[in-house]
Design a protein around this ligand. Structure first.
Ligand SMILES: Nc1ncnc2c1ncn2[C@@H]1O[C@H](COP(=O)(O)OP(=O)(O)OP(=O)(O)O)[C@@H](O)[C@H]1O
Ligand SMILES: [Mg+2]
Length: 338
């Protein structure tokens, strides 16, 4: 129960809790009032310097609105009691410059960010901004990273929905919990990531209780349809084939995130080896020999090569280090796909 804290003077500990609550709820007016009360209290206790500092902090100009180069501080996300363990919050700081865009992401990701940033303008014209996206493609090509970048760019928390938990620990309550997650979207603004989304569809066939599984899928689709929370919803899967055709239609965008072409791998190699002065042409040549590798594998290859450099006591990475690591990573990749 929330106490009426206005009637008497709050203890310092209560003020701190009230400040945090105001921050979490995004209630800047309340935040300011409590902070001023805290300053007054410090002044009364003879701590004039502290009181002055608090007032100065309150009078600082508000942060600039989120734009291409600035991101508002990410609000804290605190999932409700019954969703802890199912929704795991994080606060990614990733930016657009950290992801090499491939496939449909090239158009879809920047457009989603632009529309979200302009959602109030669109709203004035009764136009809804894009905010439901389904990403599909092979592992390690940036689906989860893309969700992090959306959160980082928009200054929103990322709430990963642990779909596997919905089915294992809470079997029988899955549809009710999905409803609770969509309710939560109204309470906690954020990017909601349904990773390994195909698990929802797969259960339709695999679960012992077929009734429950198909109820879950149709509940999800109805919730997606009815959702007017403004939350960004990202669903990611390796196997789009297992997803209901009906689900596809509910998303504003369905983006294929394929294995990277060699120019995209070259882009990643250039970014990751910056400062080591490996000739660009050598990196481009290497990238053209890496066809079939994912970004995650190319990324690992650079990390391995950097380790070799450090362990050899050298300051600079060479293309020979990269090539040696590439051979290992390629061999492992072939083993895995055999
Ligand atoms: N497009 C990309 N640009 C830059 N780095 C990338 C990209 N894609 C993947 N990586 C690197 O690979 C790591 C793993 O990628 P990510 O988790 O996004 O893959 P995924 O598509 O979600 O894979 P999975 O299907 O296995 O969940 C990232 O943390 C990042 O280091
Ligand atoms: Mg992923």
């Amino acid at each position: 129960m929330r106490r009426d804290v206005g009637e008497r003077e709050m203890a310092a500990s209560e003020m701190i809790q009230e400040l945090i609550r105001a921050h979490v709820e995004g209630n800047s007016e309340r935040f300011r009032t409590v902070a001023l009360q805290l300053a007054a209290r410090e002044a009364r206790n003879g701590h004039r310097l502290v009181a002055g500092r608090i007032r100065d902090l309150i009078d600082l100009p508000a942060p600039a609105p989120a734009g291409a180069d600035s991101v508002a501080p990410t609000p804290l996300a605190r999932p409700s009691e019954d969703l802890r363990g199912i929704l795991s919050p994080s606060y990614p700081k990733q930016r657009l410059g950290e992801i090499v865009l491939v496939g449909d992401l090239v158009a879809v990701l920047p457009r989603l960010l632009t529309e979200h940033r302009s959602r109030e303008v669109l709203d004035r014209f009764s136009l809804e901004s894009r905010r439901r996206v389904l990403l599909h493609g092979p592992p390690g090509c940036g689906k989860t990273l893309a969700a992090g970048v959306i959160a980082g760019e928009l200054g929103l928390p990322l709430l990963r929905v642990r779909i596997e938990m919905l089915f294992s620990r809470y079997l029988g309550q899955t549809a009710a919990l999905l409803t609770a997650i969509f309710d939560e979207m109204h309470r906690v603004r954020g990017v909601y990531l349904f990773d390994e989304f195909d698990a929802l569809g797969r259960q339709r066939f695999a679960a012992n209780d077929v009734g429950e599984a198909s109820r879950v899928v149709s509940t999800f689709l109805q919730l997606l349809d009815a959702d007017d929370s403004g939350a960004v919803i990202v669903a990611a899967t390796n196997s789009a084939g297992e997803i209901d055709g009906a689900a596809f239609r509910r998303f504003d965008d369905v983006a294929h995130v394929p294995l990277p072409p060699s120019e995209a791998l070259a882009d990643l190699l250039h970014r990751r080896t910056k400062g080591h002065r490996v000739p660009a042409a050598q990196l481009d040549d290497l990238a053209s020999d890496l066809a079939g590798l994912s970004f995650a594998e190319a990324d690992r290859l650079v990390t391995e090569a950097l380790k070799t450099t450090v362990l050899d006591g050298r300051k600079r990475l060479t293309v020979a280090d990269l090539r040696a690591a590439a051979e290992e990573v390629k061999a492992r990749s072939e083993q895995c796909s055999a």
